[in-house]
Every structure is written in structure tokens, then in C-alpha cells.
Design a protein around this ligand. Structure first.
Ligand code: CP
Length: 308
């Protein structure tokens, strides 16, 4: 069973195969209308369930469009409207859905929910984001970095801000793809130590720096995310803003990085909070390519999971 649960749980050769496949599928679609089918319709006859317990624009639309381009059929389900949101167990939901569909993509809160779904499903399960990680996003981001700047191995990325679930997936990727990552942010929002340990154990250099301008010196890319994630309580908003303001990605910070450094953000953004308009809309920004590449990367993930 090829579940795609996390970058640190997936074989590095398989991850590289998926990134290369995404590049190839993107190239093959150049000039085609968005709804035109891919050659060979590799997902013909396959039914995909996309379950969301949290809001989504990019993940929802890119999985739906990607599966349809490959000839598959999709159903988008809201956790709240399913019996899942009214007391039915994850295990029973997994067993039932496995009788109807060929693959389950789940966006949920706790990582344990995803793992329980994968344990009891008899079809592949994909992590569409949990409070702990966001692997599909980082696969798309690696596709994006490489299409602009070539191989990611040996580069140094700087993550500025909250050491959240997206940061954890970047750390997993640093270990699996062989690049270094400097985290800069307040101590109370340091990244998950398990993700840091994984990257280091795989040979990546990971350092924690409190001075954002010092951290940015010589970076190949600067990455950030919203200051308040979907799983953070609203009551934490003011404190987080005060803590994270020094870590805003602005023109001063970008000027410390390499002249050809990229600016990356998974979106949605709160403009002029974690990053300024000048950076988000500037020449080094690849934020909308990241969004587009969700489509191509996830098509590669779907094919890998289904072995087609
Ligand atoms: N980046 C991302 O996962 O976007 P959505 O929340 O819109 O899916």
C-alpha cells in the first residue's frame, strides 16, 4: 500500500521520481486548455475522495482538477457533513470509504486522525495537511525551486517566522533532498524538534537563528507562512503578531540573500504581515508558481500512490 503520509516517511528515490514526474507532466501539458485530458488517461476508472475538515482553496481545486485531467473521477467531501463529524469512528469511515473509492485524500487537524485513516483504509491515503505537516505543499515547492534554479541539493533555505506544520515538511524535505535550512523566529515558536532531528540525522545542516537579517545572508531562498495557522487559537493572534513582526520578509531581508534568491510562500497570505507586497509581487517571488505546481506535484503523487 503506497500511502503518502509525510516526506520523512517516503523513500527518497520515490520522492525524486515524483518530482521528476511532476516536471515531465507539466511540460507535456504546455499550451493545453486546463480541462483537456492528459495522454493515456492514467487514472481512468479511478474514483478519488477528497475530504476536508479545514478550509482549502489550492489543495481542493488542484487535486480535483489534477485527478480529472488524468481521467479520474472525484468527490469533494466536508468532514462536518459526513458521519465522521457526528461520531462515526475514523476506522469505520476508512473501511467504508475503501469499499467505494480507490484513494482517499484527507485534510484534518490531528496527525493521529490521518494515521488512523491510513491504518484502516485498504486504499492509499494522502496527507492533504494536518496540524503537524503539509507534505504535498513542499513537493510542489521543490518542483518550483528546481524549475527556476536547478537542483535543490546543497542549497540553503531560510524559514522566517513560525516553526509550524509547513516548516516541519520543509525540514523533512531538507533531510530527504539534501539541502540545508536555517530557521529564524522567536524561541517560543521553534520548529518541531523531531523534524529538526530527522533533517540533521539525514545529514542536512539545520540551524536556529534569532536574528533574521543575519540568517538571511547568502540564502538561496527565503520562505515564510502566515503568523496564525488554521489550528492556532484566535486568542493567540495579538501575541503572535507582536512576536513575529521582526521576522517579516521585506526588501531589507531579501537584500541580504543571494541576488538570485527566491521568495516562497505556500499561500494564503496575510499581505504586509508576514511578507510585504513589494516582496510578494517582486521579481524574486514565485508564489503563484508554487500554487500552480500543487497541480503537477499532486498528479505525480496520485500516480505513485496508485502505481499507474
Ligand atoms: N497552501 C494551501 O494548502 O492552500 P489551501 O489551504 O488553500 O489548500
Amino acid at each position: 500500500m503506497s500511502h503518502f503520509l509525510d516526506i520523512n516517511k517516503t523513500d527518497p528515490a520515490a520522492l525524486r521520481e515524483m518530482v521528476n514526474s511532476a516536471h515531465a507532466m507539466k511540460t507535456a501539458r504546455k499550451g493545453l486548455p486546463k480541462g483537456a485530458p492528459d495522454a493515456g488517461a492514467p487514472l481512468a476508472g479511478r474514483m478519488i475522495a477528497l475530504i476536508f475538515e479545514k478550509p482549502s482553496t489550492r489543495t481542493r481545486v488542484s487535486f480535483d482538477v489534477g485527478a480529472r485531467q488524468m481521467g479520474g473521477q472525484t468527490m469533494v467531501l466536508s468532514g462536518k457533513e459526513m458521519q465522521l463529524g457526528h461520531g462515526e469512528s475514523i476506522a469505520d469511515t476508512a473501511r467504508v470509504l475503501s469499499r467505494y473509492v480507490d484513494l482517499i485524500m484527507l485534510r484534518t487537524f490531528e496527525e493521529a486522525t490521518l494515521l488512523e485513516m491510513a491504518e484502516h483504509a485498504t486504499v492509499p491515503v494522502i496527507n492533504g495537511l494536518t496540524d503537524a505537516s503539509h507534505p504535498c505543499q513542499i513537493m510542489a515547492d521543490i518542483v518550483t525551486y528546481e524549475e527556476h534554479r536547478g537542483p535543490i541539493g546543497g542549497r540553503r533555505f531560510v524559514w522566517s517566522g513560525d516553526g509550524n506544520n509547513v516548516c516541519s515538511s520543509w525540514l523533512h524535505a531538507a533531510g530527504q533532498f539534501g539541502f540545508d535550512l536555517s530557521f529564524t523566529g522567536p524561541e517560543t515558536l521553534d520548529p518541531d524538534p523531531r523534524a529538526v532531528a530527522f533533517a540533521r540525522q539525514k545529514g542536512a545542516t539545520v540551524d536556529i537563528r534569532r536574528d533574521p537579517l543575519e540568517a538571511a545572508i547568502g540564502a538561496d531562498a527565503i520562505v515564510t507562512d502566515t503568523w496564525v495557522s488554521m489550528h492556532d487559537p484566535e486568542s493567540a493572534r495579538e501575541r503572535r503578531h507582536n512576536q513575529l513582526r521582526p521576522y517579516q520578509v521585506n526588501e531589507t531581508m531579501m537584500a541580504r540573500a543571494k541576488p538570485d534568491a527566491l521568495f516562497m510562500h505556500c499561500l494564503p497570505a496575510h499581505r504586509n504581515e508576514e511578507a510585504t507586497d513589494a516582496v510578494m509581487d517582486g521579481p524574486q517571488s514565485v508564489i503563484f508558481d508554487e500554487s500552480e505546481n500543487r497541480l503537477h506535484a499532486q498528479k505525480a503523487i496520485l500516480r505513485w500512490c496508485l502505481g499507474v
